[in-house]
Design a protein around this ligand. Structure first.
Ligand code: ADP
Ligand code: MG
Length: 245
């Protein structure tokens, strides 16, 4: 296993007005690792992901991606977003574009990939997420699970170095959760570096290399899943796990 560091967050702080939502967050994500962020609603999980791809601008601390310290002042935000793919709870597909048009949009218009090549790659990605037959369908005709798999394919089309997932299955009917988790697990098995905010403790236990438990904007406890889930050190972690497991 490679141990090179893909993402490093150092002493990250972020406030919204008077509300200090991230307090000295340190996270290291090694290449090909899956890091799961868990914790109650409002603990700051989404804000970490959003700072990583500049949907929010940090107040202080360092964000290092692929060995490079990234700052909005010195880096092109589109370039960072191409390197850091993101999948949201509510899919965010373009409703007026077909599935394949959704996938080729950013490669063609941001990365200037030639049309034929972009469509070829998109078809391969659709095959990978099991949706080859939905190429020309509009998102409105898809189930939530299918929409989310398109969203994953769309993020992958930019060939990101790391993929961020923010509660990718929380908006899905229970019977559709499995297909999305399976797609994510396949991606992890292929060696994609992933940071996943999730309430799916089964997924975190099985797939994560590292679990980070957050409360009130701080990391309370972090470690391999077998330690955090089976032998939590902190009382707060125990209470949280008791409430969700
Ligand atoms: P989580 O994803 O763990 O549920 P968030 O990162 O979304 O938590 O939110 C952390 C805290 O920051 C919450 O108290 C939330 O209300 C607040 N917050 C998040 N985004 C904003 C914003 N744009 N403006 C003001 N407060 C925000
Ligand atoms: Mg959130």
């Amino acid at each position: 296993m490679s141990s090179s560091v893909m993402v490093k967050v150092e002493k990250l702080n972020k406030s919204f007005g008077d509300l200090h939502v991230l307090k000295d967050i340190d996270i290291t994500v090694k290449e090909s690792d899956v890091v799961c962020l868990i914790g109650a609603s409002g603990s700051g999980k989404s804000t970490i992901l959003r700072c990583l791809n500049f949907l929010e601008i940090k107040d202080s601390g360092n964000i290092i991606i692929g060995g490079e310290k990234v700052e909005p002042g010195t880096h092109d935000i589109n370039d960072i977003r191409a390197r850091v793919g993101m999948v949201f709870q509510h899919f965010h597909l373009f409703p007026h574009m077909t599935v394949i048009e959704n996938i080729v949009e950013a490669p063609m218009h941001v990365k200037k990939v030639p049309k034929e090549q972009a469509y070829q790659q998109a078809k391969e990605l659709l095959k990978k997420v099991g949706l080859s037959d939905k190429e020309n369908v509009y998102p409105g005709k898809l189930s939530g699970g299918q929409k989310q798999r398109v969203a994953i394919a769309r993020a992958l089309a930019m060939k990101p170095e790391v993929m961020l997932f923010d509660e990718p299955t929380s908006a899905l009917d229970p019977e559709l959760v499995g297909e999305v988790l399976t797609t994510m697990k396949e991606l992890a098995d292929e060696g994609m570096t992933m940071v996943v905010v999730t309430h799916e403790m089964g997924f975190a236990k099985e797939v994560a290399d590292w679990v980070v438990y957050m409360h009130g904007g701080r990391i309370v406890e972090a470690g391999p899943p077998e330690e955090v889930f089976n032998n939590p050190k902190e009382q707060r972690t125990k209470e949280f796990l008791d409430s969700v497991l």
